[in-house]
Design a protein around this ligand. Structure first.
Ligand code: NAD
Ligand code: DAU
Length: 354
């Protein structure tokens, strides 16, 4: 038996592939286009491991995906591949529609055609797990209850609109064709191998080099933070026990304002890296022009996955962020590798005029 993972060289995908092989020993076919966000270096610990087969390619390449399904007959497709950064979706939404909408459509069609040709147990056990986001539910006001699975979709950014569209396609492929889909909507992940365009690794990297820590708007936007290892465990649980057609919200029960997240990183760096060019690191905090259409608050009600499938997060924000800061301090070579010329061009594009 094996599974097909898409986007397994990205942040969550690579954590998932490593976690999956360690936890189950089951082989993974890893299909990834290697965009700027995909990094085979994340999977270096699997070099030479026959349980990991990496294939460079696009999820929209129907012939490639059909060939992989026919050759390996995986028991599940776990779909992470996406354009994932909200700020990039504001600067250039086309790639988001191409990968997140067209790509998911192409993958669903390949999975459907494969599944329809299967018989018996192989057909019974196939699952298509679609990894999505809490951003599809829109923005909450301070006193609103957290997002639940039955809430209406109100996406506000090109990124979240493209993810919402992909969720609707997955729903329709189950409802109309009976494809055994599972959908997860999770909150902000953090942990090892996160590309430094996202808030937490960006702040750690900037603080270590004495650069300003850019806070959009007033810094009081709220996110729920989920340690990536907890997310990987949740996906394994949904795959194992989730009923086809179901959707599950996954969250860390850690709602925090951005400013508090940044301050806690600064305090940890003061303690764990006292040799930094600027201590206390909070002196580097710098308020900049807000993100257009910036959602004010996300919060996840993760009771369904706990009640139905028995999953809850193991890490608190305090334990998870400490592990994360430690990882970035110990992997400065990884950070330098991904902070290439293209990354610097992005930083100039997003922050230069703020
Ligand atoms: P990421 O940007 O780090 O990685 C995305 C991966 O997909 C990269 O390896 C990239 O090369 C690959 N990819 C992109 N386009 C592709 C294509 N057309 N064909 C094949 N591969 C392609 O993303 P991430 O943060 O790891 O997110 C993974 C998934 O989880 C995404 O679907 C995202 O929407 C979702 N999600 C992420 C978060 C988060 O906090 N990071 C939270 C909720 C949901
Ligand atoms: O909620 C889940 C989503 O979380 C995922 O679906 C997305 O793929 C993922 O990128 C993330 O989206 P966010 O926009 O919330 O993440 P980001 O790290 O970009 O920003 C987190 C918060 O920090 C957000 O309120 C914007 C703010 N921010 C971000 C950056 C990069 C800043 O204040 N300054 C910054 O420089």
């Amino acid at each position: 038996m094996s599974i097909l993972v898409t986007g397994g060289a990205g942040f969550i995908g690579s954590n998932f592939v490593i976690d999956w092989i360690a936890a189950t020993g089951e082989p993974v076919i890893n299909l990834d286009k290697l965009t700027y966000a995909g990094n085979p270096g994340n999977l270096r610990t699997l070099d030479g491991d026959a349980r990991h087969r990496f294939v460079r390619g696009d999820i929209r390449d129907c012939a490639l995906v059909a060939g992989l399904l026919a050759e390996h007959r995986p028991r599940a497709i776990v779909h992470f591949a996406a354009e994932s950064h909200v700020d990039r979706s504001i600067h250039g939404p086309a790639e988001f529609i191409a990968t997140n909408v067209d790509g998911t459509f192409a993958l669903l069609e390949a999975a459907r055609s494969h599944w329809e040709g299967l018989e018996g147990q192989a057909r019974e056990r196939l699952r298509f797990l679609h990894v999505s986001t809490d951003e599809v539910y829109g923005s909450l006001a301070p006193g609103d209850p957290p997002f639940r699975e039955a809430d209406a979709y109100r996406p506000n950014s090109p990124y979240s609109a493209s993810k919402a569209a992909s969720d609707h396609l997955v729903r329709a492929w189950h409802h109309t064709y009976g494809l055994p889909t599972l959908t997860t909507n999770c909150s902000n992940n953090y942990g090892p191998f996160q590309f430094p365009e996202k808030l937490i690794p960006l702040v750690i990297g900037n603080a270590l080099s004495g650069a300003p820590l850019p806070i959009y708007g007033d810094g009081l936007n709220v996110r729920d933070w989920l340690y990536v290892g907890d997310h990987c465990a949740a996906i394994r649980t949904v795959l194992e026990r989730g009923r086809p057609g179901g959707t599950w919200n996954i969250g860390g029960w850690n709602e925090m304002a951005n400013l508090d997240v940044v301050r806690s990183i600064c305090r940890l760096l003061d303690e764990m890296h006292p040799g930094s060019p600027v201590v206390p690191h909070e002196k580097l905090i710098h308020f900049v022009k807000d993100r257009p259409g910036h959602d004010r608050r996300y919060a996840i009600d993760a009771h369904r996955i706990e009640r139905e499938l028995g999953w809850k997060p193991a890490e608190s924000f305090e334990s998870g962020i400490r592990r994360t800061v430690r990882w970035y301090l110990d992997h400065q070579d990884w950070v330098s590798e991904v902070s290439s010329g293209a990354y610097r061009a992005w930083i100039e594009k997003n922050y230069g005029a703020r």
